[in-house]
Ligand binder design. Structure first.
Ligand code: URA
Length: 479
């Protein structure tokens, strides 16, 4: 019987499995034993010839195996090796298509559990602000206890969605840190450190150690940023000396580690990291929050399912003291990718109309009734779908929060969705178009068509005429 340690995850298991397969070790002769000390490949060393064998397996197996590898069940490695053996050695090339096969069924169920856990992590991770770095980027922490080791697979979602924030997600199965646009992992932690400054500091030290790149250590610059006498107050101050002393040898070590990507130190400045660790108030209720805080809350919003398929929430843009606020429907494809309202074709048409009306867009606060892009796939395209009543209602508190913060004199509502959100379900744009009497919203409220409506008109003359009417409505806002 061959005893084999699968190592820490999919990659190490794959390496071991490839060697075993090349040597012709049948699944029944392997005992996968995790966390044994000693050689990765157990008592019998695997030969380098065997390790060098290149295996071609269907991509579907690789995808399935990556998910199964995250499962908490200790028998996953044996199951995966059995599948691999059957596909590669017994030539059962279509094995994965046989849903009734017990091995396939078990693996698929495990993969499903892992995907569900990833989904839960996306839905339930809640960030808490702990400070800001010197460039003004906010720093957040979150705690999550996944049933499976799916942190690596779950984090790309957060990197994309919260690209402009710095954050750490702590879990017992591994921690992920997105700092200065760079992702790093540290080992799992047993307890939630988010409420405990000491625990956070300890983890921070581990993190700092793991990302430390001696080749970039610039003592002079650090001293310039913060005189040395203050270093004693820093949580990881004692690490500086230690890491500096070992800097030369660490540099050599790192150069010697051929092929290993040298991780860059975070680029948001040394002091920024320290400031991020200082305690800061937890987010407030929307009505008490600043526009920035509201925007952050919107990013974390799970009031309706639209966030799941969107790249990010698109929040309002413009001066906090704008006299004019413009409300559209929801972000489109371009807005969803760029994270800014009205930057696609409808936005270009709106810009043109505003200019003709004598309105400067940069002085207005531009936002949407619904903050996430609702779409359906059509081939490679993402086709816009109108938000439903539930989604409009779910987003309404955010729109009201923006409205009460900006408190504009003039409110311009573009199209039926904005009208439904702020004026109620019975209001039709074609009937109520123009000035509307709703003093609790703003001194002057103008309801008009949505620019997308103009874009969709097939007849050029009609389009031009409707564009003129649109400009006229916008002028009403200025009257
Ligand atoms: N349509 C909208 O209503 N809002 C946008 O941001 C873009 C298109």
């Amino acid at each position: 019987m061959r005893r084999v340690d699968p190592g820490a995850g999919f990659e190490s298991w794959r390496k071991a499995a490839r060697s075993l397969l090349a040597e012709g070790v049948a699944p029944g002769d392997v005992l996968w034993e995790a966390e044994r000390t000693g050689s990765l490949f157990g008592e019998e060393e695997t030969s380098s010839i065997a390790t060098a064998v290149k295996l071609v397996v269907p991509p579907a197996f690789m995808e399935l195996a990556k998910e199964v590898a995250c499962h908490g069940n200790s028998r996953r490695w044996a199951l995966l090796y059995r599948l691999l053996w059957r596909i590669a050695r017994l030539n059962e090339r279509s094995l994965l298509e046989i849903a009734s096969d017990p091995d396939v069924a078990r693996a698929r169920l495990m993969a499903k559990n892992v995907r569900r856990e990833i989904h839960k992590m996306h839905a339930f991770v809640r960030f808490r602000k702990i400070g800001e770095n010197e460039e003004g980027r906010e720093r957040f922490v979150a705690w999550f206890e996944p049933d499976h080791g799916c942190v690596d697979m779950a984090v790309p979602f957060f990197c994309k969605r919260f690209a402009n924030m710095d954050w750490s997600i702590f879990t017992p199965k591994g921690c992920a840190h997105w700092i200065g646009g760079e992702l790093n992992f540290t080992p799992g932690v047993e307890k939630n450190p988010c409420e405990d400054p000491d625990a956070l500091e300890a983890i921070w030290r581990t993190y700092y150690r793991s990302i430390f790149n001696p080749a970039r250590l610039k003592l002079k610059m650090m001293q310039a940023e913060m005189p040395k006498r203050y270093w004693k107050n820093l949580p990881e101050a004692d690490l500086i000396g230690e890491l500096t002393r070992s800097s030369a040898s660490r540099t050599q070590e790192m150069i010697a580690e051929e092929g290993r990507a040298v991780r860059r130190a975070p680029n948001n400045g040394y002091l920024g990291h320290l400031q991020e660790l200082s305690a800061a108030p937890v987010v407030k209720e929307p009505q008490d929050a600043s526009l920035e805080e509201i925007a952050r809350m919107i990013q974390a919003c799970r009031h309706c399912p639209l966030w799941e398929n969107a790249t990010c929430a698109v929040t309002g843009e413009g001066p906090a003291d704008a006299r004019i606020m413009i409300v559209g429907e929801q972000p489109g494809d371009r807005e969803d990718l760029e994270g800014r309202p009205f930057v696609g074709p409808a936005g270009q048409l709106l810009d043109r109309a505003l200019k003709e009306a004598g309105l400067d867009r940069s002085s207005a606060y531009v936002t949407n009734a619904v903050k996430h892009f609702k779409w359906t796939p059509r081939g490679k395209l993402r086709l816009h779908q109108k938000p439903g009543a539930g989604e409009i209602e779910a987003c309404k508190p955010w729109l009201l929060a923006e409205l009460s913060k900006v408190a504009p004199d003039v409110l311009i509502l573009l199209g039926g969705t904005a009208a439904r959100s702020l004026l109620g379900p019975g209001v039709q744009v074609s009937r109520a178009r123009g000035l509307v009497e709703v003093p609790h919203l703003a001194k002057r409220v103008v309801l008009t068509v949505h620019p997308s409506y103009l874009l969709r008109l097939p007849d050029e003359m009609r389009k031009e005429a409707e564009f003129r009417n649109f400009v006229k409505d916008l002028r009403l806002a200025l009257a």
